[in-house]
Design a protein around this ligand. Sequence first.
Ligand SMILES: Cc1ncc(COP(=O)(O)O)c(C=O)c1O
Length: 407
Amino acid sequence: MIPLLDLQAQYRSIKKEVDDRIQEVLDAQYFIMGDSVKNFEKEINSYIGANHSFGCASGSDALLLALMAIDIEPGDYVITSPFTFFATAGAISRLGAIPIFIDIEHDSFNIDPEKIREFLEGKSDLSKKLQIPFEKIKAIIPVHLYGQMADMDPIMEIAKQYDLFVIEDAAQSIGSKYKGKDAGTIGDFGCFSFFPSKNLGAYGDGGLITVKDDTLAEKTNILRLHGAKPKYHHKFIGINSRLDAIQAAVLSVKLKYLNEWSHRRNEIAHMYSSLFQETGLVSEYKGCSECSSLSSCEFPDRKIVLPKETTGTPEENGFHIYHQYTIRLKNRDSLSEFLDSEKIGNAVYYPVPLHIQECFLKFRYQLGDFPVSECVSQQSISLPIYPELKEEEIYKVVDAVSKFVNL
Ligand SMILES: Cc1ncc(COP(=O)(O)O)c(C=O)c1O
């Protein structure tokens, strides 16, 4: 059996250190905020080069806090990707605001900056259909999906031109780089998740928000503590969203190994890609000429498309941390069943794009609005990747996928 992720193997490799640190917190009996959280925030600041970091309860709360810090309110609009985990758009709509979905690039799976521009210039079908009051659009949330950063230069340029905040959803991409800059340090805010399966995973829920501006940082810090400063004096209506001291202690230990783990993931991804290339099954698919619906998809039969480092190549001083190694193929569901039968872990992130989720139907999006996201949600599948994955296991995964595609 080859699991999708093996957290027990990771724990075994750091058990003594982690157990000792947890014991220290237990001995101190100081569980909320305190030194272990403060130290971890400082470590993250220096690891990614952020101005301010604040631990919070989850990646979802990090997104919520960022939106609260910029006073997002009912009737506001926030631009984001429909091909992401629910929390990205969930945070927007929790505040009564409305997500404006913009389709993704077919190869990086990240939001397409050109389509954001088209929308804001009123040139896309969607801007005509939705009739949004443009002054109500307040922010862009690019998501750095699967460990690869979105194309941030044009996104920042557009944000500047239209006076929009940028909140990076870096939940899946701690340590990834775009032109030498770390995820979470380019926009106004960066939102990280320490959900156990993330590259830097806690032993429970956890999250962190980075903030560039000093004033917004002060506000974000207060917002996670019920909006109070000093204690019991409430300047804002905040929330209770803190990183547990035990989680911070675990994360501090793990952070020391993160570089090594991320490089190993990157190496494994490159090994997968070169082995797949050798099978002759890889297509150099360049996207559909008329990408308008799943039924017109020109994606080739009996071929796979490999993940592409569009913005993360070493020449560009970028770095893909491969939170997931995700390939595309036409009969994805059957491959998933086949891999299950071979006892090879696999997962579909994400089978239903957000614009057609039942809870968002009220926003009047429909099937066909975002054809790239719709196709990718039917065609993508993630394969096992974690630092402890053995070479022979990588061969086995490639063999199994090839056997299926050749059937
Ligand atoms: C892209 C993305 N955004 C936000 C989140 C939310 O993070 P959390 O699960 O820590 O609330 C996740 C995590 O699953 C995610 O993958």
